[in-house]
Ligand binder design. Structure first.
Ligand SMILES: Nc1ncnc2c1ncn2[C@@H]1O[C@H](COP(=O)(O)OP(=O)(O)OP(=O)(O)O)[C@@H](O)[C@H]1O
Ligand SMILES: [Mg+2]
Length: 373
């Protein structure tokens, strides 16, 4: 059985007393994503449907000198999609870089917003299991806890790919002999915005040897696409947001499924631009590194378990949506002699980590929670 384990105790600022809270406790699974944050919540063991369960992880502060009344309802700080819509008048800040809290002010503001989404009246206590990139060190976990301290009374930090595996597990089918339990022996590859995380899930909470994190993911694809586009169309003043949207619409690896020709304004005039090769160059830039890390994980895996694990390589995260990615990674692994390797993607990656985090939150004992500082 998979057992949620508290991270190293000596890093924890304060151990939690087992005294009961007077206020209603909401248990939350929180996927604090570099790009998007996802929330799943439960009260008294029952799942709660939130009005909004996903927020783009971005905070917008008004640019200096902005006239009153330009921002909606005179707001001073905007969050998520609303901040993106008003980006012309805002300085945008992302609370996480590569899955790590680096700028505490926007992190604190963003978490204040998340708190309001979960508990608009501020009357409840929130205990959250929070995902972190695989193999985050104690300093990074501490920063994540500090970044979330304003919103959550108690927290537990757990590696994201492990939570993804928990989220993917279908407990109702565990007695079905045809069901392959993903937490039994598989390799999860979570391709996010900031990091790509690898985790062998073999029935236990993973050790650091069973995880790896690569500092290359969706944002780096955007950078590679931007560089290629700048070389081909130097006059096109394409924005970072537009690049991301184009990538998400057309991403592929390997053979191009079609020519990608977009109509864009260049110097104010519409032009038809072929960006097939630029999208390909960007997306392809991740593949060899992912394959290399899978090989590394295979070399660390027990000989008895490696075949089954390679047969259960599961891609998740936004990057898993890249067309042809499973097929290309699988073919490369076969080409390297891992002939039994099978790569597939999850159906609904978006809520997987938060779902797994909520399952974990429900299973955690009261004395295992930590008080964030
Ligand atoms: N169809 C798509 N094709 C390619 N990339 C995509 C697609 N859809 C989303 N992405 C990319 O996936 C990334 C976001 O994935 P995800 O939501 O898993 O990241 P995150 O959890 O916010 O980041 P991290 O896990 O690194 O903190 C972004 O770079 C986004 O542009
Ligand atoms: Mg993620």
């Amino acid at each position: 059985m998979v057992v949620a384990k508290v991270e190293t105790r000596d890093e924890v600022a304060k151990s939690v007393s087992t005294g009961r809270s007077e206020r209603t406790v909401v248990k939350v699974g929180f996927d604090f994503g570099t790009n998007t944050s996802v929330i799943c919540a439960a009260e008294s063991g029952k799942d709660v449907e939130l009005k909004q369960d996903m927020v783009l992880s971005v905070v917008g502060y008004p640019k200096p000198g902005l006239l009153p009344g330009i921002l909606p309802r005179g707001k001073r700080v905007l969050f998520g999609e609303e901040a993106i819509q008003h980006r012309l008048h805002l300085n945008l800040k992302w609370p996480l870089i590569k899955g790590i809290v680096t700028d505490f002010e926007p992190a604190k503001d963003f978490m204040g917003h998340v708190r309001t989404v979960i508990d608009p009246d501020g009357a409840k206590e929130i205990w959250a299991v929070i995902g972190c990139p695989a193999n985050s060190n104690s300093e990074k976990c501490h920063d994540l806890r500090t970044g979330c301290a304003s919103a959550f009374s108690k927290v537990l930090i757990v590696p994201e790919p492990f939570l993804a595996a928990m989220g993917f597990r279908d407990e109702s089918r565990l007695d079905d002999p045809t069901y392959v339990d993903p937490t039994r022996n598989s390799l999860f590859v979570d391709i996010g915005a900031g990091t790509t995380d690898f985790c062998m899930v073999q029935g236990f909470y993973p050790t650091s040897n069973e995880m790896a994190s690569m500092n290359k993911a969706g944002n780096d694809i955007d950078t590679a696409i931007t560089a290629a586009i700048r070389r081909k169309y130097p006059d096109w003043a394409v924005t970072a947001i537009r690049i991301t949207r184009l990538k998400e619409q057309y991403s592929f690896v390997g053979e191009a499924p079609e020519r990608i020709v977009v109509t864009e304004l260049v110097g104010g005039k519409p032009r038809h631009l072929d960006i097939t090769n630029e999208i390909k160059v960007g997306c392809d830039s991740l593949v060899d590194d992912v394959v290399k890390h899978i090989e590394e994980m295979a070399s660390r895996c027990d000989t008895d378990a490696v075949e089954t694990m390679l047969n259960n390589i599961i891609l998740t995260g936004g990057g898993s949506l890249i067309r042809n990615l499973c097929e290309v990674i699988q073919a490369k692994l076969h080409g390297k002699g891992y002939t039994t390797a099978r790569v597939r993607r999850v159906d609904d990656y978006k809520r997987l980590v938060a779902k797994g985090a909520l399952k974990t939150a429900k299973a955690v004992r009261d004395d295992q929670w930590q008080i964030p500082v």
